[in-house]
Design a protein. Structure first.
Length: 154
């Protein structure tokens, strides 16, 4: 066996990644599922934000602490609008990602980062739910940054 085949180098002698080895007859990699996962999770995550926002707007006594116990000391009405508007933006980015739009890949990562930051600030009000949402944000960021180029605009 030659040295280049043992080291994982491609036919041209330059190192290549192996993730493209499972390209289908349509020319799409099997990793496209991760991008679809990210898009679906963004739609779900945005829906969670919308639900959090509606609860904060209409039933703020539902949360574990009062507004003085929050990381950012603002009224739950403000948090409600932040979650509601942010949730709609996250849903839009997820739909764009699912449809293979290039712009969606560029805005989805900062939006997921913003979502994680909002949930860190909201952690004391809703600790378990916020932790779950932060975890989903991290998975979405990973899927888009590692495999974002797999789903191309038609």
């Amino acid at each position: 066996m030659s040295e280049s085949s043992q080291s994982g180098a491609g036919a041209s002698g330059s190192p290549e990644t192996d993730y493209r080895q499972n390209v289908t007859s349509t020319g799409m990699s099997g990793w496209v599922g991760w991008v679809a996962f990210a898009g679906i999770m963004m739609v779900i995550l945005g829906s969670f934000h919308v639900i959090d926002g509606l609860i904060a707007l209409f039933q703020d006594e539902y949360f574990l602490v009062g507004k003085s116990g929050l990381t950012v000391h603002v009224d739950y009405t403000v948090w409600g609008w932040v979650h509601l508007i942010g949730g709609v933006i996250v849903i839009a980015a997820g739909v764009g990602l699912l449809s293979g739009k290039v712009w969606a890949r560029f805005i989805a990562v900062p939006i997921a980062m913003f979502s994680a930051i909002v949930n860190i600030a909201f952690l004391s009000a809703y600790p378990i739910w916020s932790t779950i949402m932060i975890t989903i944000d991290i998975l979405v960021i990973w899927a888009i940054t590692v495999h974002g180029g797999e789903l191309r605009e038609a």
